[in-house]
Design a protein around this ligand. Structure first.
Ligand SMILES: C[S@@+](CC[C@H](N)C(=O)[O-])C[C@H]1O[C@@H](n2cnc3c(N)ncnc32)[C@H](O)[C@@H]1O
Length: 293
């Protein structure tokens, strides 16, 4: 059995990606924002089971190709099984992006929920840029956790009782400072892309607002609730002493850690499939053009 963390998260990835974008919005990006009307060769960094390829290939002009790179053997195996049954031209590479060198041969380098896990995102971004031909693009779909957590809506619960924005902001910033891994990277990316020499840099925000509607179809409601739980909303908690200790280690004061635990516990206790709930993931989609002359 493999011990690589993401190999055990295939179900999580499968069950949560659909929360982020409506298909018509992805089509809008491809056709109206990026105006891709000739075949392109794309490379997806940290592709997982190939989510982005599965979404984008049907929207791209015929003749487009997709290369997915991921460290997870099981994820690449899963991706191969999925794409083997489809007509697209696909290459899947298992490897560590921090180590492998990708040749300059692609029209577009993409990533989805990947750079936030990198200790040196700027270096990886440079690697992505280096793999793109002149005039090509880099496109990053990355989260902005503080906007994400600000976008929980309830009926009968004060948002501030279950989402402690100030505390979370401190926690996210401390983690980024300590590890380099930044859950708010989505909002930094336009700046990084421009500083690294890309031009025509733009940024969009994901369109989808998920609505756990008590009047919706019962099967759809169960599916949405389960995905929201997998997304980490109202997640199970470990022993309070342990949680508080870990939060303190991550940079909070004891009072802040206790307040954060209390907020998470209240959310766990109050959020169930009978809750009215709205949630906008707030992914940021940043892009720019590579021009070396
Ligand atoms: C949150 S998942 C996103 C997967 C996919 N992009 C998606 O959105 O479904 C992060 C992915 O990055 C991959 N990853 C993390 N570090 C990596 C590295 N050093 N080299 C290659 N892949 C890596 C993981 O294996 C995982 O599949």
């Amino acid at each position: 059995m493999s011990e690589y963390y993401w190999n055990s998260k295939i179900e999580y990835l499968r069950n949560t990606r659909w929360l982020y974008y409506n298909d018509d919005y992805l089509e809008f990006l491809v056709k109206n924002v990026w105006k891709i009307n000739a075949p392109v060769n794309i490379v997806d960094y940290g592709c997982g089971y190939g989510y982005l390829g599965l979404k984008l290939l049907p929207l791209l002009p015929d003749g487009s190709t997709y290369t997915g790179i991921d460290k997870g053997e099981d994820l690449i195996k899963e991706a191969r099984q999925i794409f083997d049954k489809l007509p697209h031209s696909v290459e899947l590479i298992q490897g560590d992006i921090e180590e492998i060198q990708v040749h300059r041969q692609y029209d577009i380098a993409l990533c989805h929920a990947f750079l936030l896990h990198m200790k040196s995102p700027r270096d990886i971004l440079q690697k992505m840029i280096d793999s793109v031909l002149d005039g090509g693009r880099v496109i990053c779909f990355e989260p902005h956790w503080i906007a994400n957590t600000a976008n929980y809506g309830f009926d009968g619960i004060q948002q501030s009782e279950v989402v402690r924005l100030g505390i979370l902001q401190k926690l996210y910033e401390a983690s980024a400072k300590d590890s380099g891994k930044d859950g708010n990277i989505g909002m930094r990316l336009p700046i990084l892309l421009s500083q690294l020499g890309l031009r025509n840099v733009g940024c969009r925000v994901s369109d989808k607002v998920n609505f756990l509607d008590q009047n919706m179809d019962a099967t759809e409601k169960v599916r949405l609730f389960q995905s929201l739980k997998e997304e980490g909303i109202g997640q199970e908690l470990e022993d309070p002493v342990k949680v508080v200790e870990q939060l303190v280690q991550r940079g909070l004061s004891v009072e802040e850690a206790q307040a954060q635990y209390a907020a998470e516990l209240k959310l766990l206790q109050e959020f169930d499939s009978d809750s009215w709930f709205t949630y906008a993931p707030n992914m940021k989609i940043s892009y720019g053009t590579v021009g070396r002359e």
